[in-house]
Design a binder for this molecule. Structure first.
Ligand code: ZN
Length: 132
């Protein structure tokens, strides 16, 4: 495993610790989500704060790390074994330049395909992960 991949795994564990937690099994924690001061330095500019509205029941079980160029994708299961995908982008082109671009659960309607009954999925807008 490369130092880039190790850095992203470590950053993801920090992010999951700082991510909104579910309470009483509720998944949605409400909006507008607040980006905490601790979380902010770990996020890329393109990160959508709306993703924080979906709680992550930690800890993350890392299943796969795929690093290619300036992007690293980490597939994980949350504490309920639901699949999530984290995408990191490198903003400084060095081993400590990785920032989170997205952390989102598998779309419960299209299951990652981005299409539903032949149409672009209206829940994840064709991305296959997250909601909106
Ligand atoms: Zn979908």
């Amino acid at each position: 495993m490369s130092s880039d991949e190790e850095y992203c795994k470590e950053a993801l564990n920090q992010i999951v610790d700082l991510w909104p937690k579910s309470r009483n099994g509720a998944v949605i924690v409400g909006s507008p989500p607040i980006v905490s001061e601790q979380l902010r330095p770990l996020l890329a500019n393109e990160f959508n704060p709306g993703e924080l509205a979906i709680a992550f029941p930690g800890p993350a079980l890392i299943l796969a790390v795929n690093h290619a160029g300036a992007e690293t994708v980490i597939d994980v299961h949350d504490a309920t074994n639901y699949p999530w995908r984290a995408r990191f982008v490198n903003v400084h082109e060095n081993a400590s330049g990785w920032r989170l671009a997205s952390l989102a659960p598998l779309c419960p309607v299209c299951f990652g395909t981005g299409t539903n009954e032949g149409e672009t999925c209206v829940i994840c807008y064709g991305k296959g992960w997250g909601a909106g």
